[in-house]
Design a protein around this ligand. Structure first.
Ligand SMILES: NC(=O)c1ccc[n+]([C@@H]2O[C@H](COP(=O)([O-])OP(=O)(O)OC[C@H]3O[C@@H](n4cnc5c(N)ncnc54)[C@H](OP(=O)(O)O)[C@@H]3O)[C@@H](O)[C@H]2O)c1
Length: 332
């Protein structure tokens, strides 16, 4: 496992981290806690030192499992060897927030303070490594009060780094707060389809020493190459919505073209998951890529990618041509 500097914090974090949404056992079909714990342990055995979670992943369930796994290994939770990034959801309402939504109503100070205490309790920690707001709107760039509250909580010793996770439809909205020095970390979608962050987002992050956490590197599974047009998901799997209607068909068609590209370079189709991760790692602004991991096999396949060679430049450039400006999936 290779390690990268996490922005201005100076932390060295594993370039492959653990995406902890599915282990929250909500919105991803059946998920067994014992399997999740085994996956966490395997990833940690393989050198993972960065884990992403959120209060919303099973009402704190993902946070609690991560804490359990770390405790079982005698690892300190909060300012320890393994860094855990969590997220605070906004007060219930529009998701993503509407331009008219007021930041003081969706992320009020008292609420943020309570939610930080909630994560500290869930993880049985004295300090949180990274606290991210789970979503954002560009409308809030004129009044960054919630970020100021989190920065105050940092000074008070409750957390070590302040972050935001981008809204899918307008990831560039976080560029301005990064420039203003209000953010230690940002979580962004960056993969073989969603390549827009290379234009300005990633360079700005690098210029301002912001730790970059790359999420959804597999486009929720499609970029592993394992779906076909007949793929179905369990009833409560959110991917029924994500790949609704003709989206799965459109996606599979494009993934087939990506497979054709990689096989021309001597790779096999089964190398696609590792190539998808390596594609994201190729950008120097990226601190860690957090593929979602829900079992030991995925922990092994994903965490060992760090030991593979960087992608040949020519293949990297060919993959750039597979950019897909499909817009905001959830909108309809
Ligand atoms: N708004 C936000 O802040 C936000 C939103 C989304 C995600 N996230 C974070 O980012 C992380 C990553 O995103 P994600 O989990 O949604 O999507 P992802 O990383 O694109 O896809 C993860 C899914 O792909 C499948 N998979 C993983 N490794 C595989 C492999 N080697 N071969 C085949 N299939 C594999 C697994 O599901 P199956 O086995 O069921 O196919 C896994 O749950 C999340 O876990 C979460 O921590 C944050």
């Amino acid at each position: 496992m290779n390690y990268r500097t996490f922005g201005k914090t100076g932390w060295q974090v594993s370039e492959i981290g653990f995406g902890g949404w599915a282990i929250g056992a909500a919105k991803w079909g059946t998920q067994d806690d014992q399997e999740s714990l085994k996956a966490l342990h395997r990833a940690l055995d393989l050198g993972v030192t960065f884990i992403d979670t959120a209060q919303a992943y099973g009402n704190g369930h993902s946070e609690r499992l991560i804490s359990q796994a770390l405790k079982e290994r005698g690892e300190k939770i909060g300012n320890g060897k393994v860094r855990v990034a969590t997220k605070i959801p906004p007060v219930p309402g529009n998701w993503p927030p509407f331009p008219e939504d007021r930041i003081e109503e969706r992320f009020p100070e008292e609420y943020l303070r309570e939610k930080v205490e909630y994560s500290l309790k869930n993880m049985d920690a004295e300090v949180l490594d990274v606290v991210q707001l789970h979503t954002w709107t560009r409308a809030w760039n004129r009044k960054l009060v919630a970020l100021d509250v989190l920065q105050d909580l940092k000074k008070e010793g409750k957390l070590l780094a302040v972050g935001v996770s981008t809204p899918e439809h307008d990831q560039n909205s976080l560029i301005e707060p990064m420039r203003q020095g209000k953010l230690d970390a940002v979580q962004v979608i960056y993969n073989i389809f969603e390549q827009e962050p290379r234009a300005e987002f990633l360079p700005v992050a690098e210029e301002n020493g912001v730790g970059i956490i790359v999420r959804v590197v597999f486009d929720e599974g499609s970029l592993t190459g394992k779906f076909d047009i007949n793929t179905t998901f369990e009833k409560d799997d959110f991917r029924n919505l994500y790949f609704k209607g003709d989206r799965l068909q459109d996606t599979v068609k494009r993934v087939e073209k990506i497979k054709q590209t990689i096989t021309k370079f001597g790779f096999s189709e089964s190398d696609l998951p590792s190539i998808a991760i390596r594609f994201a790692l190729q950008h120097s602004a990226v601190s860690t890529v957090i593929p979602g991991i829900r079992n030991v096999d995925q922990a092994e396949k994903n965490c060992t990618v760090s030991d593979l060679a960087v992608l040949p430049t020519e293949l990297y450039e060919k993959l750039q041509k597979h950019i897909w400006r499909r817009g905001f999936w959830y909108a309809g």
